[in-house]
Ligand binder design. Structure first.
Ligand code: 2U9
Length: 394
């Protein structure tokens, strides 16, 4: 208890008043009870730990039916001449209790505030909790890049079923029944009886046949068809499921020049280099005539092959990237167009291969292992927006 708290000792009370007090106390309070009560109220105040407890003490002492209020009421029962000294004494105790209550209240309020502030402390130097986020798979990233680049060139993205009948997958594409691509070792056939043999599409070409049919044989077509394709093949550079993108333009007066410009513009945007050089090598695909394989020049930088420049000299060379050609007249017909009026060019390449070349991965199988460490390393932020003009991440 605070030493300075005003104490009222028995000795301080003049002898004549003791009698008066006794009169009061005779009404139910002994002198000893008076002191014990005062002491107990003051002790309860200083030991209160909660504002609510302190208020309970206040009500018990000073409330309407509180102890001190009761005492003050007793004064009225004294002879008038004796009331003043007794009430002075009771009032001193009441004031003393009020001051003690006020003091403790301030202390408890400050303690409560300190505790709240301590509890609410924010360490601004702590590293923030970063919520786990996924990354965009390189195949998805490249598909998005392709869609963006070709959208800028006026191509729409077309999709179609992964299970096809053999007409869409082969016949319409000028692949006769005797063609080796139809052999079991390349193509996954669906078991069971079907009207026509059903296959997992071996390329996305059926999508373009469907798109031509949908266009009705009298409108230009300009599409890319990215998606999953299936072949029975498995090693470091082949997986049974892989991703292809094919492009198709059908219009009047289409030439090999349109094909070359389109591929050059695409490859410059995709590899984000202006020094891309192309080489078209004569080749054969059943669905195009003439057909050409497209090589891209590479240079050697720090002992590594980098797409762009060279193509010959300085240790550089050519890398095969795409297949292409002018759409075969039988295929134009199968799509519902008159080959005497409409021409077209087409191209195709592996998306996985494009991703490997651009982002420097060497094992195709890692694409489909689902190893989170690989995905974290090679994955892309969902916020990267690829464009033709600025390249990826511009
Ligand atoms: C229609 C007409 C023509 C699509 C073409 C290629 C050349 C080609 C391969 C490259 C490597 C597939 O990923 S790969 O294995 N593709 O070389 N694809 S022209 O020609 C079409 C497609 C559909 C209606």
């Amino acid at each position: 208890m605070d030493d300075r708290t005003e104490m009222i000792e028995l000795e301080e009370i003049p002898a004549e008043l003791r009698g008066v007090l006794d009169q009061v106390l005779n009404l139910g309070v002994t002198e000893e009870q008076f002191h014990l009560t005062r002491r107990s109220i003051l002790d309860s105040i200083v030991t209160s730990e909660l504002l609510g407890d302190l208020d309970a003490v206040r009500i018990a002492a000073l409330g309407k039916s509180g102890v001190i209020s009761q005492w003050l009421k007793l004064i009225g029962t004294l002879p008038p001449e004796n009331r003043a000294p007794v009430s002075a004494r009771f009032n001193r105790v009441r004031d003393e209790v009020q001051r003690a209550l006020e003091k403790r209240k301030v202390e408890l309020e400050r303690a409560a505030l300190d505790a709240r502030l301590a509890g609410e402390t924010l360490d601004m130097t702590l590293p923030a909790d970063v919520p786990p986020t996924g990354t965009i798979h390189p195949v998805s990233q490249v598909m998005d890049e392709l869609a963006e680049i070709f959208a800028d060139l006026g191509f729409a993205v077309a999709t179609g079923p992964e299970i096809e009948d053999d007409w869409y997958n082969f016949t319409a594409l000028n692949i006769p029944e005797t063609h080796p691509a139809r052999a079991m070792h390349d193509t996954f056939y669906l078991a069971g009886e079907h009207e026509k043999p059903m296959v997992l599409r071996t390329h996305t070409s059926p999508v373009q046949i469907r798109a031509m049919q949908a266009a009705g044989g009298d409108k230009p077509v300009r599409i890319i068809a990215p998606g999953r394709t299936y072949r029975s093949d498995s090693d470091a550079t082949h997986t049974p499921m892989f991703h292809q993108v094919e492009g198709l333009v059908i219009d009047k007066g289409i030439t090999l020049g349109h094909l070359k410009w389109t591929l050059e513009t695409f490859l410059k945007a995709f590899f984000e280099r202006d020094d891309i050089v192309l080489r078209l090598r004569p080749s054969y695909f059943p669905f195009t005539e003439p057909s050409a394989e497209v090589d891209v020049g590479f240079s050697i930088v720090n002992g590594k092959r980098v797409i762009g420049g060279s193509g010959g000299g300085n240790g550089g060379g050519w890398m095969e990237v795409l297949g292409s050609g002018m759409v075969h007249r039988s295929v134009i017909e199968a799509g519902g167009y008159d080959p005497n009026e409409w021409q077209g060019f087409a191209f195709g390449c592996g998306i996985d291969r494009l991703a490997m070349l651009k982002y420097g991965m060497d094992d195709l199988r890692a694409f489909f292992d689902g190893d989170v460490r690989w995905l974290k390393h090679y994955g892309f932020s969902g916020l990267d927006v690829p464009t033709l003009s600025g390249g990826v991440g511009a």
